[in-house]
Ligand binder design. Structure first.
Ligand SMILES: Cc1cc2nc3c(=O)[nH]c(=O)nc-3n(C[C@H](O)[C@H](O)[C@H](O)COP(=O)(O)O)c2cc1C
Length: 312
């Protein structure tokens, strides 16, 4: 079974990916959070640093582009190609207000004519350059029924993989994924499919397999992988328990690596706090220490709370 790590902007940074990959190693492919190209600027310095090959050694990484302009996509794809990447992912799922206001991400799904023209241009480029373009999509913008036309559109291009997060834009990341629409994709999509959404445990995966009547492979995990970093090991059957020794190593590595690149100290604590909003569910009965940790303004307070949480 293949497991892909979903891109989570601000969370699955190159620092996270490197630490995670060294300590756990059960992820087959990592997707980087999007780069957002602009006129004459395929990516920012910060975006480039995140996907620079020297910061992603030993990692099977697919960079992602967020745009509704084919010329901008191609400029960014050329830059990525020259960095050594041969697969690029197109973001057609981002639900954020600022992104959608510019017609990008999930908002692009409602402009089906423009989307076809865009896909025509980028796949002509990728075919000529021998590059792969995969797509990460939602079901639609306001109505999941939009998905039927979208599948037909995707079927007319050489999509290397179609990663489906079975929600519409207005669902954001809430509620149950609309499973029946992924079933539609299983039946009608011509390209390889990847399921993404709400896999937090091995039981969640087994439930999906039961409801689709077939194994899902590959799958992409986002919040579930962050919340329980042992999830890929569990899904692959390597373990049934969360490995807290590995968790401690992951935590300590991230804490030390972020101290090297972020300042002042409070910014490191903010970064760790964001991770703890995912991790806290692993630590039942430690609510008081988690609260202290989330409020910590000094390293000493933070470290003390972490030691108490991870004591036994
Ligand atoms: C904080 C956050 C940041 C995200 N950033 C990206 C992104 O840069 N690109 C993208 O395609 N999806 C992004 N996503 C969506 C995830 O990749 C994934 O599709 C979503 O969380 C659903 O999968 P899950 O239920 O396994 O988490 C983001 C989600 C969250 C919560």
């Amino acid at each position: 079974m293949k497991i892909y790590a979903a891109p989570l902007e601000g969370v699955t940074t190159y620092i996270f990916r490197k630490a995670y990959n060294e300590i756990y190693g059960s992820v087959d492919k990592y997707f980087a959070p999007f780069v957002s190209p602009a006129e004459n600027r395929p990516m920012t310095h910060r975006e480039k640093k995140d996907i620079a090959p020297e910061n992603n050694e030993g990692i099977n990484l697919v960079p992602q582009i967020l745009t509704c302009r084919s010329d901008h996509f191609i400029d960014a794809a050329k830059a990525l190609h020259s960095m050594g990447y041969s697969e690029i992912n197109l973001n057609l799922g981002c639900p954020s207000g600022t992104v959608c206001a510019k017609g990008k991400g999930a908002a692009f799904l409602q402009e089906t004519d423009a989307l076809q023209v865009f896909l025509d241009a980028i796949y002509s480029y990728s075919e000529a350059e021998n590059m792969k373009i995969s797509i990460k999509t939602r079901l639609g913008y306001t109505d999941p029924e939009e998905f039927h036309d979208l599948v037909e559109i995707f079927n007319s291009f050489p999509v290397s993989e179609l990663i489906v997060h079975p929600r519409i834009r207005t669902d954001f990341y809430k509620g149950e994924p609309r499973k029946e629409y992924f079933a539609y994709a299983l039946e009608h999509a011509k390209c390889p499919l990847v399921y993404n959404g709400n896999i937090f445990s091995a039981e969640d995966y087994e439930e999906l397999v039961r409801s689709y009547g077939s194994s899902l492979d590959p799958i992409m995990a986002g919040r579930g992988l962050i919340s329980d970093p042992s999830l890929p090991d569990k899904l692959k059957g390597f373990t049934s328990e969360t490995d807290f020794a590995k968790f401690r190593r992951l935590h300590d590595t991230l804490y030390h690596e972020y101290q090297k690149v972020l300042s002042p100290d409070i910014n490191v604590l903010h970064k760790m706090r964001e991770l703890w909003t995912y991790w806290q569910d692993l630590f039942d009965g430690k609510d008081r220490d988690i609260k202290r940790l989330l409020k910590a303004k000094k390293y000493a307070e933070y470290e003390d709370a972490v030691d108490r949480i991870l004591m036994d």
